[in-house]
Design a binder for this molecule. Structure first.
Ligand SMILES: CC(C)(COP(=O)(O)OP(=O)(O)OC[C@H]1O[C@@H](n2cnc3c(N)ncnc32)[C@H](O)[C@@H]1OP(=O)(O)O)[C@@H](O)C(=O)NCCC(=O)NCCS
Length: 334
């Protein structure tokens, strides 16, 4: 008996980002509101991080609500009907429920039910990871149109007395619609991990420790200098590899959109990449703070609002964070 040959799917040769949407926490929280319990100052935070205010959501708004708002804007601008979206990926580390995923609920809320839907946890690299997945899944024919969202409400996982990271963090969501393209719109992703440095940034306790009364509510902590050095040295190399993988140089870029972790890291990247003056650098951290998986799409959204002429240009984006994990790729801006 001859075995039947399985059918395999094949998708389009290329994909691109069609549109972008964003939602930020509604409250602008200035440094002065946070400095008391960490014995810090507005001046220290501005000098060391570039943050002036961070966006934080009220108690009645969840990460999933921010994700929904960002997704609706992206879909509306995409020209794609929500029912054509057959894949929804949400990058997040701050869903307050371990299951169900935010993605399944958001897919339903925006009219994309019954799209394949799942959340992905790659911290501040989550958006770059999710873009890589959407691009690959569309090109194999596993999906036609993808909604990719980075969504965080990090204020749910901060300890106001922690001076290692809490003052950096904000709330928001950024979303893109990705679909087939006649020309390449998402270059190969350079991505990876280093779990030997898992302790450098992440939650300070497990949920079971919290349940058993052995620990407080788990919150984010980091070894700031370890992460800073890793970001500046190793991540600049990854950014260069992403340019090589795309077959372009920094002179070809219209924009540079790094994870919004620290303005000094962003400046150091710009130096090491020898970015020409013409490349517009995303500096959304100043008023949004670090929003982990949401930071790159939020920064992209703001860049395109302030510089609409960048549309259609090349952007290098790089995410890096807890894991440790990293992901970088060159994309054509919507
Ligand atoms: C967290 C971070 C802003 C701290 O800045 P830094 O310049 O590295 O600060 P250091 O830890 O070297 O501390 C320098 C001094 O500031 C003090 N300090 C540390 N945190 C402080 C705070 N929140 N407020 C005021 N002073 C602080 C330290 O006590 C130290 O004082 P000393 O010189 O008297 O000993 C920085 O390390 C950082 O941004 N790291 C990477 C962030 C990141 O990318 N995270 C990724 C997760 S997404």
């Amino acid at each position: 008996m001859t075995r039947p040959t399985l059918q395999q799917s094949h998708g389009p040769a290329y994909t691109r980002i069609y549109s972008i949407g964003a939602a930020r926490g509604a409250n602008a929280v200035p440094n002065d509101d946070l400095v008391g319990p960490i014995n810090s100052s507005d001046e220290w935070i501005q000098q060391r991080t570039g943050i002036v205010t961070r966006a934080r959501a009220g108690a009645d708004v969840l990460a999933i609500d921010l994700a929904t708002d960002a997704a609706r804007e992206a879909i509306e601008r995409s020209g794609i009907a929500p029912e054509q979206i057959d894949l929804v990926i949400i990058a997040t580390i701050s869903n307050v429920q371990q299951t169900p995923s935010m993605a399944a609920v958001v897919a339903d809320r925006v009219g994309a039910n019954p799209a394949a839907a799942y959340d992905t946890n790659a911290a501040c690299a989550g958006y770059a990871y999710a873009v890589a997945q959407a691009d690959a899944l569309i090109r194999t024919g596993a999906a036609n149109y993808a909604l990719v969202i980075g969504a965080e409400k990090l204020s749910d996982v901060v300890d106001p007395t922690d001076r290692s990271i809490s003052f950096l963090l904000g709330d928001g969501a950024g979303a893109v619609v990705i679909g087939p393209s006649d020309t390449p719109g998402i270059a190969r992703t350079v991505w990876g991990s280093d779990g030997s440095k898992a302790g450098a940034v992440g939650m300070n306790h497990t949920l079971t420790e919290f349940r058993d009364g052995e620990a407080e509510w788990p919150t984010l902590r980091q070894e700031g200098q370890t992460v800073f050095r890793w970001a500046v040295w190793d991540m600049a190399k990854v950014a260069k590899q992403a340019l090589d993988a795309a077959g372009v140089t920094s002179d070809d870029l219209a924009a540079f959109i790094p994870h919004q972790a620290n303005m000094r890291i962003i400046d150091e990247f710009a130096k090491q990449l020898k970015l020409p003056e013409t490349v517009v650098i995303a500096r959304d951290i100043e008023t949004t703070g670090n929003t982990s998986a949401a930071s790159i799409p939020l920064a992209t959204h703001r860049l395109l609002e302030e510089h609409p002429e960048l549309s259609g240009g090349l952007a290098l984006q790089i995410g890096f964070g807890a894991g440790l994990v990293f992901g970088a790729q060159v994309v054509v801006l919507p």
